[in-house]
Design a protein around this ligand. Structure first.
Ligand SMILES: [Zn+2]
Length: 157
C-alpha cells in the first residue's frame, strides 16, 4: 500500500494584462526607441505555505499593481528631467524628445530601461515586499506580445 504525503508547500498561479506605453534606451537605432504601446501580459507563479487566512498570497495585491500600470506611460528613472510641484513630469526619450505628462498618468520604473526583463524584476520586487514570511518562490513572466517573454525568478534563501 503506497503511502502518500501531502506537501504543505503550495503553488499558485495568476495572470492578467495591462495596456501601457513605453520607449527604450538603446545605443543603436531601433523602432523601440520611439514612444509606443503594448498589450502586456503578466504571469505570476508563487510558492509558499498558507497564511493565517488560508491563502498563499492575496491576488488583490497583484490586481493593485495592474491598476497602477494600466493605461499609463512607463518612464525609467534615467529619463526624468523634472517633476514639478503642480503635478507634471518631464522626461526625455533616447531620441531627445521631451515628454510632458501628468505625474499621475506615469509609472516611474526604478531601472535604467523599461524592458520586459526589468519589468519582470520590478514585479518580483513588488511581490516580495508583500511577503508575510510564508513565501518560498516567486516567478514573474512579462510578455510584450505573445511571441516574446522575459521571466524572472526569486528563491528565498
Ligand atoms: Zn515596446
Amino acid at each position: 500500500m503506497a503511502k502518500w504525503k501531502i506537501r504543505k508547500e503550495i503553488e499558485i498561479e495568476w495572470e492578467d494584462e495591462f495596456d501601457s506605453a513605453h520607449f527604450l534606451f538603446f545605443d543603436y537605432e531601433s523602432k523601440c526607441r520611439r514612444l509606443h504601446g503594448h498589450n502586456w501580459n503578466v504571469k505570476v507563479v508563487i510558492r509558499g505555505f498558507v497564511n493565517r487566512n488560508g491563502v498563499v498570497f492575496d491576488f488583490n495585491h497583484l490586481k493593485e499593481i495592474v491598476k497602477e500600470f494600466d493605461h499609463r506611460t512607463f518612464i525609467p528613472k534615467r529619463a526624468i528631467k523634472e517633476i514639478t510641484g503642480d503635478g507634471w513630469l518631464v522626461a526625455e526619450t533616447s531620441h531627445g524628445e521631451m515628454l510632458k505628462l501628468r505625474r499621475a498618468n506615469v509609472v516611474i520604473i526604478p531601472y535604467d530601461n523599461v524592458t520586459s526583463e526589468f519589468l519582470a524584476q520590478y514585479w518580483v520586487e513588488r511581490i516580495i515586499e508583500k511577503d508575510e514570511g510564508n513565501l518560498t518562490y516567486v516567478k514573474v513572466c512579462i510578455e510584450e506580445d505573445p511571441r516574446s517573454k522575459a521571466c524572472v525568478e526569486a528563491i528565498k534563501e
